[in-house]
Design a protein around this ligand. Sequence first.
Ligand code: SF4
Length: 643
Amino acid sequence: MTFPYKGYAGYYLDVDLTKGKVHKKELEKEWARLYLGGTGVSARILWDRTGPETNPLSPENVLIAGTGPLTGAMFSPSGRMMFASKGPLTGVWAESHVGGFLGPEIKYAGFDFVLLNGRSEKPVYLFLRDGKAELIDAEHIWGKETNETTLMIREEHRDPDIKTAAIGPAGENQVLYGSIIVDFYRAAGRTGMGAVLGSKNVKAIAASGSLGIEIHDYEKYMAANDVEMERLKDPLWKDSLASLRKYGTTDLVAIINEIGRLPTKNHWTGYYEHADDIGPELIAEKYRIAQEACYGCEVGCKYIIRVKDGKYATDPIGGPEYETIMAFGSNCLNSNIEAVFHLGKRCDLLGLDTISCGKTISFAMELWERGILTAKDTDGLDLSWGNVEAMAELVEKIARKDGFGALLAKGTRKAAEEIGGDAWRYAVHVKGLEASGQDPRAHQSMGLTYATNVRGADHLRSISCVEELGYPEVAASRFGEDKADAILDIMSPEHKGLLIWDMEDLYSIVDSAVICKYGTMWPPMFYYDTFVNVIAPLTGMEEWADPKFVRQAGERISHLRRAYNHRLGVTRKEETLPPRLLSEPMPTGPSKGGLPDLDMMLDEYYDFRGCDRETGYPRDEKLREVGLDFVADDLAKRGMLAK
Ligand code: SF4
């Protein structure tokens, strides 16, 4: 192998599903040096291989399963991996990250990335083991739910340690928000990556590896790791980390409701009066039976629940995240937590994104309330708020694209277009992605985060908890004493363009490294200096020890993904918010009257980003400064550079 850097397996797998061939190729040196891994490398590959002409569910689309240099490299947390593709739900850049144990296993099996091209004639699954890969017939597994799929693959190889990423019936049926389920109940949920896998006739990716990862300078790397882990002990975030360990992300139900940001009744308001019934204390006391962690994670925010009896009795399962509780709970006016557990579990087994699924159902419930939908449209289902029987039936119908479920399987944007009339007013999405569990009317920078996020309305590409949780020391050290007060005011739009620009580039590195954000970014423990400390001794890429180079790498990756979307028609017009969140003042709760000042924040953001305020297009000199000459040349030909 001539690939010079450590920390990587050094190979990627280029799979031609149409021909049934797998090609093992050496990782390209410049991919690692300039784009690090994960998101960054995927952006480079998708830029080259897909574009405006690519139908996301056609053989021409490419699905990438990727890791980063920190995956499986004795770093906490290092169990994550990601998927990227052109998105079927949104038609733009799509990516979804997931924890568990599969990421390290793929790397130990000898690959940093898997690229799935074409479409297999028959259902298959991809099996990776110690530098080798094969496509295996999956006709007997097709149609199975995700847990059974994993069990059958393990049984077939007589290896209970095999790790999998599997789709369920929803992915097979190309539900546009079909998810990929990793290790039973961890989900690469967002943006429909499961639908892309299904369109390629691929049921699963399975891996078992025993190859090690070499480290460039072991002593220096371990010393850098110790420095980073010391941050966990800082009293500044002791309480946040303790809460994550005790409640997982369920504690957000209480925290977010308290500030009036908890999506309730299809985002009508941000305050749910029955939040305690779906909140952290109740779950911890009555249902939680164990704490869990992803590979190599010192935080351990995962947990296991059991419902002993009653209609929704279940054997131990992974407890739902905050987002699932919000989507099937407050946002559908459902205070029955056991029903929420059930709906989340069914989504995992069927392979559905809980956020998009819950949000699409709440959208339909609002249309029902307003008389835009009637029993004639819903196959006779009564979509009154909080009707958990109807919700459970809809989840099954969506996964199987059965009747009314086939319409909701398209997500809120497309469903609203087909329903017509005023339905679009109640579709809460950006770029076609249903909003995650935050309301920008109660938190200004969240509005900007949603608007500029390359994959649509969610908080995972740049959310800052510096101001949300209130860290004056961090705000002052990162942005200066003079800006700290305004940054810390969550209802002020001032300096939020700076904040989100900074976080976007940081997260570009985080998502390329590939690590988890819980307990690292929230609370704000790690910053650019973390990567300056650990990447160079791990990989031997000495430029990564230079803070300027690391910052510029973040900018490069951010610009590349933005440019990918520009080619698909995204401009400032699309970097916006749905009408409900942009122009209906918050009607109730602690944030009553709140509205985001998106225009002001966007102007500032574009200035920092090096883009034109009118179109959002990048400046030629900015792209060349960060080493994206090929992007500048391409956008120039298309007339997509700032004037
Ligand atoms: S913080 Fe939670 S989600 Fe993140 S790696 Fe650790 S256990 Fe997994």
